[in-house]
Design a protein around this ligand. Structure first.
Ligand SMILES: [Zn+2]
Length: 138
């Protein structure tokens, strides 16, 4: 791991060590995303990640766009995730009932956020593998 990746792991551990703060940060992030989506007028840019093939159960294969025979495999099921639901605006962080603390109108948005973050991580890994392959082979 590089120093940057260690820094990321420290931030992730710190994030999960403070569930109340993590939930608040999720709520703030979702609100910021809603505002950004409201203002956005253009679709996101296309990138270099090709559509995957599925050579066998559990494997998504991303082949070189130049079809040179190289590929990068990813598992189709990356395993369990830890979903952080956002807090209600103004909720008491010491509330004993979950319904008093968590914004139950937002679970769909939190699930979508989790799904999008996993997709972004996947696309980043595949794009990095393709870029590394291009630098070496093409
Ligand atoms: Zn290639």
């Amino acid at each position: 791991m590089t120093d940057d990746e260690f820094d990321d792991m420290d931030r992730i551990r710190e994030h999960f060590a403070r569930p109340g703060a993590a939930a608040r940060e999720t709520a703030e992030y979702l609100a910021a995303r809603r505002e950004a989506a409201r203002r956005a007028s253009r679709p996101p840019p296309l990138d270099i990640v090709p559509a995957p093939e599925f050579p066998r159960f559990g494997v998504a294969r991303y082949s070189c766009p130049r079809r040179c025979g190289w590929w990068h495999d990813e598992p189709t099921d990356p395993g369990p995730t830890r979903l952080i639901l956002p807090t209600k605006p103004g909720a008491d962080p010491e509330a004993s009932r979950l319904a008093d603390l968590v914004d139950l109108d937002e679970p769909g948005a939190a699930i979508s956020l989790d799904s999008e973050s996993r997709l972004l991580a996947l696309r980043s890994r595949v794009a990095a593998a393709i870029e590394e392959h291009y630098a070496r082979a093409h």
